[in-house]
Write a protein that binds this ligand. Sequence first.
Ligand SMILES: [Zn+2]
Length: 104
Amino acid sequence: MLKFKIGDTVKITAGKDHGREAKIELVLPKENKVVIPGVNMYKKHVKGTGENKGGIYDLPRALGFGKIALLCPKCKKQTRVGFSLIKNDKIRICKKCGKEIDSK
Ligand SMILES: [Zn+2]
């Protein structure tokens, strides 16, 4: 189980977007990275091919797990993610308030 999931609200803790809060759009489990729209943007030069127009696009670059911190939906604080077992189900908990992060 990963520390971060799509839809989590996180705070950027490193890099040029340090301090910003945003939602995770995509998780790359193999790389331990996430993609957040509008964060860690870079300009990509794309050559036009056939119907695709070339140009310069702003694209988000994936951020490592170490550069983000979860904002707990329960206590609203910046926190670390812990894990707990409930009836053989592994759940994510907030290390600050101890509450389950994914409420059903
Ligand atoms: Zn909490």
